[in-house]
Ligand binder design. Structure first.
Ligand code: FAD
Length: 389
């Protein structure tokens, strides 16, 4: 049994398969020695949190008896059931792919991989997070920052807006002559009302933060990294710091394996997360086209458990159990101001169907919002333990 990608999805799948049946040999192939968590990486950008607390290792998984191989997967042959890396070829009975997302570098003129060195994405945590944090820190008071939001679907639907909120908070408290302009190819986004009301209540709107939706010309068509200029169909913005969160598709490995469709995502059987394009290959996390679930770390963790149960059942010649999928996502707008969305779903008539959940209330006391910001940290500790320990 091979798992490719040791992030929220892959690490959880490896652990839960091994826990369910210690006799199954589980090899986790992950290119990096350490994993930097995207959840709670936005506070790092504005000095509210240290990057080191986002860093996790694979010792915990090894203690469960999982073999961890640090290599980059360069090929997947789903016919011969083999995975190729620079360090060797691995055979599998069952393969789990959780490679996260890759970026559509041909979508915005001028934004290619080389451009990310100065116009960061910081949408994969780690070195990119550190560069953007340092740029924001070095920006003069009175400067302008531009954040380019991505089109749907993308990793972490509320993530760009949590980032915008925290940068606005940083400007308000540290560099009050500065402003963030969010250029968006959409007219609405996740937790829309809660963000809008938070931006109003926290005094960000118009002063430290300006959100330009598609309808008002927010769609970016071109960037020039040499001059730090961003072009929309109507306007151009020269900024001190530019953060581009590019359009996204499944992780590269999914394309190598031939399990991504022409939309760039991986269709799967919702009951098992087995690819509909290749037998015995299970795609979980951001890469999967799991309609009804967001591309979030919590969803990836939940999908991993559904896939693990289905794989174990299949190995034992039993039918896959009926799945339940869960997600909760906290967003922090200021150190003492959090909001959330929760979802519990099941499979009904072949579709992932909501059983329960909802948003935190539009009207809430300051104590309530503060409590939600604290819950974000306890959620983080709990899920990282569940995934990596
Ligand atoms: P990842 O966690 O990205 O893991 C993929 C792994 O595969 C990586 O470790 C990568 O190195 C490895 N890999 C890729 N290709 C190869 C290869 N060829 N060979 C070997 N290894 C490979 N989610 C939440 O639930 N809550 C939040 O609060 C939240 N906040 C976020 C904030 C930000 C700023 C961002 C960007 C995201 C946030 N998310 C949040 C989303 C969350 O990070 C992703 O949904 C989650 O990481 C998806 O898990 P995954 O396993 O699909 O991919």
């Amino acid at each position: 049994m091979i798992v490719v990608g040791g992030g929220y999805g892959g690490a959880t799948a490896a652990k839960y398969i091994k826990k369910a049946d210690p006799n199954v040999s589980v090899i986790l192939i992950e290119q990096n020695k350490h994993y930097y968590s995207c959840p709670l990486s936005n506070p790092v950008l504005v000095g509210m949190r240290d990057l080191e607390v986002q860093k996790w290792g694979y010792e915990g998984l090894k203690k469960h008896g999982i073999t961890v191989v640090h290599e980059t997967v360069t090929g997947v042959d789903t016919g011969a059931k083999k995975v190729t890396t620079a360090g060797g070829v691995f055979s599998y009975d069952k393969l789990v792919l959780s490679p996260g997302v890759s970026f559509n570098y041909d979508a915005i003129e001028g934004y290619d991989e080389a451009a990310t060195k100065t116009m960061t994405h910081a949408w994969k945590a780690g070195p990119q997070t550190a560069i953007l944090r340092d740029q924001i820190d070095a920006m003069k008071d009175g400067g302008t920052m531009v954040l380019v939001a991505p089109p749907n679907p993308f990793r972490c639907p509320p993530g760009p807006y949590e980032r915008a909120s925290l940068i606005a908070h940083y400007f308000k408290t540290k560099k009050p002559k500065s402003k963030l302009i969010v250029l968006d190819p959409k007219d609405k986004f996740s937790k829309f009302g809660l963000f809008q009301s938070g931006w109003e209540k926290l005094g960000y709107k118009g002063k430290y933060l300006e959100w330009v939706p598609a309808g008002e010309g927010g769609k970016v068509t071109r960037v020039d990294p040499k001059t730090n200029t961003v072009y929309t169909e109507m306007d151009e913005f020269k900024a001190d710091v530019v953060n581009v969160i590019p359009p996204q598709k499944a992780g590269k490995v999914a394309f190598l394996a031939g399990v991504a469709n022409d939309k760039g995502w991986c269709p799967i059987d919702f009951k098992t997360f087995e690819s509909t394009m290749a037998k015995d290959v299970y795609v979980i996390g951001d890469s999967s086209a799991a309609a009804g679930l967001p591309k979030s770390g919590y969803a990836a963790n939940s999908e991993a458990k559904v896939a693990a149960a289905a794989i174990i059942a299949s190995l034992q010649g039993k039918p896959a159990p009926m799945p339940t999928y869960v997600n909760t996502c906290y967003s922090i707008l200021a150190p003492n101001y959090g909001i959330s969305v929760a979802l519990v779903s099941t499979l009904k008539d072949g579709k992932i169907t909501k059983l329960s959940g909802g948003l935190s209330p539009m009207e809430a006391t300051p104590a309530f919002r503060h409590q939600e910001a604290l819950y974000a940290e306890s959620w983080y500790q709990a899920i990282m333990n569940d995934t990596f320990a």
